[in-house]
Design a protein. Structure first.
Length: 329
């Protein structure tokens, strides 16, 4: 009986093991069948999400581009309108081009004109305008001799100090002193000129567009305003000045300056001479720079010709040499 019972128990266990393995195989096969479906569903979801993200990015990118384009367009239109307004406010008659003697490539300043221009400045312009960059020594050898410049400087009184007692004092001018200023500061200049500030003339021909022609045309451009143009009190009509109204009155007139060399001081002559003086004041190295440029042009031309000749002399035998190679069997 024990043997029969044990055999029955073994058969039961074997049947259970076989049934369990069959169930496991069925479950695994079902899982294998379901897994591709789950993966496909996940892929579809991922593709849909990526498609939505791409569409959203495309929409957001296009929207950003449109916004950027609209912003740039608005900025450009606004800037153009502002520029046109500024140009209209600064609009004035352009000066003609005058044939200045020193404008050529190898031309120098007319030093007699510089001297006459300094006389015009001293007698007409110096009452309101300064030339802070100029010293009396700058005039030596250009418009005056050293003795003349020293005498001119000695005629002015310069505040200096402190002395041994710690106080300021006045002394005669020296060559190292700058040309005197008409006003102590900007406030005094504005008060004396009804609120207008006379600019320093040291660099005026460089600070204004087409500087020399502008200064010359401005000095001769005063006239009555045309019909329909009104100029407020205290201003003067000049079409070459931006806006057409300038605080400075007409300062030049025929025989308004007494030239030392006997030149007839017409209004145009005075304007030409003082413009030449101001051009020199803004660019005193003009003549030396052109002279140095001419020297370098000559030196470089000689060097170029020498280099070309040496190159041809050095390489011509090599380029024209004929080499014959005989093959030896």
């Amino acid at each position: 009986m024990l043997r029969s019972g044990g055999a029955a128990l073994l058969r039961t266990l074997r049947q259970g093991a076989v049934a369990g393995s069959a169930g496991i195989e069925q479950s695994s096969s079902r899982l294998l069948q379901v897994a591709p479906l789950v993966g496909a569903a996940q892929n579809v979801h991922t593709e849909a999400a990526s498609g939505q993200n791409a569409e959203q990015k495309a929409r957001s990118g296009w929207s950003w581009q449109k916004k950027a384009a609209l912003g740039l367009g608005a900025t450009a239109v606004g800037g153009l309108g502002f520029a046109l307004m500024e140009e209209e406010a600064e609009m004035g008659l352009h000066p003609p081009h005058y044939p200045w003697d020193h404008a050529g490539l190898f031309s120098a300043y007319d030093h007699a004109a510089i001297r006459r221009g300094h006389q015009v400045y001293s007698q007409v312009c110096a009452a309101c305008h300064s030339v802070n960059q100029l010293h009396y020594r700058d005039l030596v050898g250009v418009a005056y001799t050293e003795e003349e410049a020293k005498a001119m400087a000695a005629d002015t009184e310069v505040e200096d100090g402190p002395n041994d007692e710690g106080e300021s004092y006045t002394r005669p001018g020296r060559l190292s002193d700058p040309l005197p200023r008409p006003y102590a500061n900007e406030e005094a200049a504005r008060y004396a000129n009804g609120g207008a500030y006379p600019p320093d003339l040291s660099l005026i021909t460089k600070a204004r567009h087409d500087g020399q022609n502008y200064v010359f045309a401005l000095l001769l451009g005063y006239r009555d305003p045309p019909a329909g143009v009104s100029v407020r009190e205290g201003l003067h009509y000049n079409p070459y000045f931006p806006g057409g109204a300038i605080a400075m009155p007409k300062m030049l007139a025929d025989e308004g300056t007494e030239y030392e060399d006997g030149t007839v001081a017409t209004e145009a002559q005075q304007a030409k001479d003082v413009t030449t003086f101001l051009a020199w004041a803004a660019e005193p190295e003009h003549d030396e720079r052109k002279l140095m440029g001419a020297k370098w042009i000559f030196i470089l031309a000689v060097v170029y010709v020498t280099a070309v000749y040496y190159k041809r002399w050095k390489w011509a035998p090599l380029k024209s040499r004929r080499v014959v190679v005989d093959a030896i069997n």
